[in-house]
Design a protein around this ligand. Structure first.
Ligand code: HEM
Ligand SMILES: *[C@@H]1O[C@H](CO)[C@@H](O)[C@H](O)[C@H]1NC(C)=O
Ligand SMILES: *[C@@H]1O[C@H](CO)[C@@H](O)[C@H](O)[C@H]1NC(C)=O
Length: 515
């Protein structure tokens, strides 16, 4: 009996196997078109965020689905949908906390879900929000002014009376970095060493953030995927710097805002490494976007002579401006140019998790299900002609002046709704303050594209000229001009979290002190 049934099965085995293989093939074939479509979308996005975003912004694709992630990840392209996801009215449907907890844990090993530290980390989070509230910014902005202005004086000395060519994008990056690093962490944290590490981190971060969604354990991806490995290496180096700084008593000379955050961890009696991981995460938030934005702003401003003239008149008129001044009112063209730069060069990818089955405006009748992860593809919303009009693809510095001011409400630079950047008021004020001072201090001439400075190069060198790319921009007279462009360095590969685009080369020009 035993033997016959075994024989019977053995005789059937090839048929069963055949059946199995056939079903697999049919299953795969049936899914092939949708899989092919996903891969096509993905390939396009990876070859150029900007090109794809423009296409997506025109309404061709409503979302980009990540074909390799373990849960369903959607990159929303439509402004209405993104806005809804992060609005208060969607509070029953989407949760943005879960994504952030995961992101903080996966990216920086902050123990967001460990019950021993959960409460402390939350308190530290809300301390950051409280300390950076608009009403409390004056002491922090005073140190920004002190550090920023002395840096600009240093540039003035370095270029001499006759002026000199400098790698302006890099110089502006370093200006923004030093202002925030010294202003927030105080003089004892090495701002050159940490900048080099942090630039190394931002250069590779997209890959690491992308691995978070893969159905593979982090310990594996962070060891085998080159981009992720490099990012993790930089993170560990930065962590060591922060811990060393903390152990040497660096906090004593830090800003009161930073001291307040550190105090949360000390009061809770957590070991210094937890606090250092949190500071490490904050370093990226404080120090990656602001400097890059300043670099891009000047690349365009220098090449929009009519706008620059207007901006100069505004800046000269405000003179020795208070750091807490209302820049939107005082220097509207500069303010607008800054937001225009952010519109084109900062991408927001903040995720939210669906907690209740929901449909989204602009997304047809697709039902998003609990566990789906929704990212805002800020870049495509930024190119939406329905929002910004036909000239959305151009940098137009005065876009947000006058009637255009109302368009500021569509800005996604700092996130929106329930989950905005706590440092936004600070960032806007300091960027306006520093840019005002730069415009007051220097004349800019003779733009050129050069090889990008290495992260550890000294400040005042210019490397060899590079082939120029061009881009069309709109100056204050409403006309389109073709100007030189250093190329978009991080417009490749899968989308990351929130970050500013990096340039492929440097934008150099002659900096001459005005009398
Ligand atoms: C141009 C500059 C900046 C841009 C574009 C930017 C953008 C963003 C965005 C989009 C988020 C995510 C918000 C969310 O959806 O939850 C964020 C988070 C954050 N930002 Fe900013 N930010 C900038 C500057 C700053 C500055 C100067 C500070 C502090 C002084 C800061 C502190 C933070 C912090 C602490 C977070 C929360 C980070 C986290 O929990 O992961 N940011 N920022
Ligand atoms: C950046 O990191 C890589 C290793 O990931 C290292 O080889 C390189 O020296 C670093 N660059 C700088 C300027 O620190
Ligand atoms: C770089 O990005 C900007 C902003 O998205 C875009 O307008 C420009 O065309 C891009 N330039 C190049 C040379 O890729």
């Amino acid at each position: 009996m035993e033997i016959t049934s075994t024989r019977y099965v053995a005789a059937l085995a090839p048929q069963l196997l055949g059946l199995l293989v056939t079903s697999i093939i049919i299953y795969a074939l049936a899914r092939l078109p949708s899989y092919y479509q996903k891969i096509q979308l993905w390939r396009k996005y990876c070859s150029s965020h900007i090109k794809f975003s423009r296409e997506a912004g025109q309404g061709k694709y409503l979302w980009l689905e990540d074909p390799w992630s373990k849960s369903r990840n959607y990159w929303l392209c439509k402004h209405v949908a993104i806005k809804h996801v992060f609005s208060r009215s969607a509070i029953q449907e989407t949760d943005h906390r879960a994504g952030f907890d995961w992101f903080h844990f996966a990216g920086w090993e902050i123990p967001t879900t460990d019950n021993r530290y959960k409460k402390t980390v939350r308190t530290a989070d809300s301390t950051v929000h409280r300390e950076l509230a608009k009403s409390k910014l004056s002491s922090l902005l005073d140190s920004v002014r002190r550090v920023g202005f002395s840096e600009i004086d240093r540039y003035k000395t370095a270029v001499g009376k006759e002026g000199k060519h400098v790698s302006l994008h890099t110089l502006m990056y370093r200006l923004g970095y030093n202002v925030n690093c010294i202003g927030i962490f105080g003089p004892d944290l090495d701002h050159v060493k940490t900048r080099v590490i942090l630039q190394n981190f931002t250069e590779h971060q997209h890959m690491m953030f992308h691995c978070f969604n893969w159905p593979l354990p982090l310990w594996l991806t962070s060891r085998v995927v080159p981009g992720a490995r490099k990012t993790v290496k930089a993170r560990v180096e930065l962590f060591n710097q922060l811990l060393e700084w903390y152990n040497a008593g660096g906090v004593a000379t830090a800003s009161s805002e930073m001291q307040a955050v550190v105090k949360v961890f000390e009061d809770a009696g957590t070991s210094p490494d937890i606090g250092s991981k949190f500071m490490n995460m904050m370093m990226i938030a404080f120090l990656a976007n602001t400097p890059e934005t300043l670099g891009w702003l000047f690349t365009h401003l220098v090449q929009s002579p009519k706008l620059l003239e207007k901006v100069r008149a505004e800046c000269d008129a405000v003179g020795d401006v208070e750091p807490t001044a209302p820049f939107l009112k005082l220097t509207p063209h500069l303010y607008s140019a800054l937001f225009e730069t952010c519109r084109l060069y900062v991408f927001t990818g903040t995720p939210a998790t669906v907690v209740k089955p929901t449909r989204l405006p602009g997304m047809g009748d697709h039902l998003f299900l609990p566990g789906d992860i929704l990212h805002s593809m800020g870049q495509s919303a930024a190119f939406d002609v329905d929002v910004y009009g036909e000239d959305a693809k151009f940098w137009k510095g005065h876009r947000f002046v006058g009637e255009g001011e109302s368009l500021l409400k569509y800005d996604l630079t700092f996130g929106i709704g329930r989950s905005p950047c706590p440092g936004r008021n600070f960032a806007i004020a300091e960027l306006c303050l520093i840019a005002t001072r730069m415009v007051q201090t220097f004349d800019f001439a003779d733009p050129m594209i050069t090889e990008r400075l290495r992260f550890d190069d000294p400040d005042f060198i210019v490397r060899k000229p590079m082939p120029e790319k061009t881009v069309d921009i709109i100056d204050l007279d409403g006309k389109v001009y073709r100007v030189i462009h250093p190329g978009n360095g991080s417009d490749q590969g899968p989308p990351g979290m929130t970050a500013a685009n990096t340039p492929a080369c440097d934008f150099a020009c002659k900096l001459t002190p005005r009398e």
